[in-house]
Design a binder for this molecule. Structure first.
Ligand SMILES: Cc1cc2nc3c(=O)[nH]c(=O)nc-3n(C[C@H](O)[C@H](O)[C@H](O)COP(=O)(O)OP(=O)(O)OC[C@H]3O[C@@H](n4cnc5c(N)ncnc54)[C@H](O)[C@@H]3O)c2cc1C
Length: 195
């Protein structure tokens, strides 16, 4: 029974449990009450390799499988669901999406520093009036007249890690008439361009 759990799985589970119980659980109530982002422990999760568990080693991660990711995430969530949400967005929503659909250049630029824990990634789909049904998004990306870059306008909400994220994958409408099929994902690294 459970012979698919290897020694490596047990090691990452134990490491996550040790970190979660020693460093996350004691500060969880404070962060719940103050709503401060736990930047120090999030950075430590990056140093421990928890922010890019399934990302191949050549792209800054630790190259383990989904079971390893689930075991580690469960331990973090047991101590504090907020840390778990930050970790899961960084691993799954951010890194996985770019690894699957990004170019090699995008992976080098946006995944390597985030999976290795030096930077934090975020994912922005939800809007004040648009949740599960992303085809109702009101934000728009329109090409400028010269056709050189997109101008993006709209409001976003519920973006985990947003105030501290170095990079955000932003979803917005380029072809609104096509509803959910008219959505485009933009990697954004120039925070000064956001209004
Ligand atoms: C802790 C947390 C972190 C989050 N982080 C992020 C993030 O990093 N980035 C981001 O973009 N968003 C984030 N979100 C937002 C999250 O993705 C949305 O809350 C989610 O998409 C649901 O949207 P909504 O809350 O508007 O609910 P709605 O989509 O309005 O749904 C409300 C209810 O209606 C039900 N429902 C919806 N559609 C249907 C249907 N067709 N048929 C029947 N029932 C339906 C749902 O199951 C739900 O019970 C986060 C949310 C939370 C709570």
């Amino acid at each position: 029974m459970f012979d698919f759990i290897t020694e490596e799985h047990k090691m990452i589970q134990q490491e996550a449990r040790r970190f979660a119980q020693n460093e996350v659980a004691p500060i969880a109530e404070h962060h719940d009450q103050t709503a401060e982002f736990p930047i120090n422990t999030v950075r430590k999760m990056g140093q421990l390799g928890f922010m890019g568990i399934e990302v191949p080693e050549e792209y800054g991660g630790i190259g383990m499988d989904t079971l390893a990711y689930s075991l580690a995430l469960t331990e973090i969530c047991k101590a504090d669901a907020s840390h778990g949400t930050v970790m899961s967005v960084n691993n799954s929503l951010y890194c996985h999406g770019i690894l699957k659909f990004g170019t090699e250049e995008q992976i080098q630029k946006y995944v390597v520093p985030v999976a290795s824990g030096q930077k934090i990634g975020a994912y922005s789909l939800t809007e004040p009036m648009s949740g599960s049904d992303a085809g109702t998004m009101k934000s728009r990306a329109v090409l400028n007249e010269a056709g050189t870059h997109y101008v993006i306008n709209g409001r976003k909400s519920w973006v985990t890690s947003a105030p501290f994220a170095d990079y955000i994958v932003l979803f917005t409408m380029t072809q609104p008439e096509q509803k959910h099929k008219g959505v485009t994902a933009f990697p954004d690294r120039d925070r000064s361009s956001r209004v």
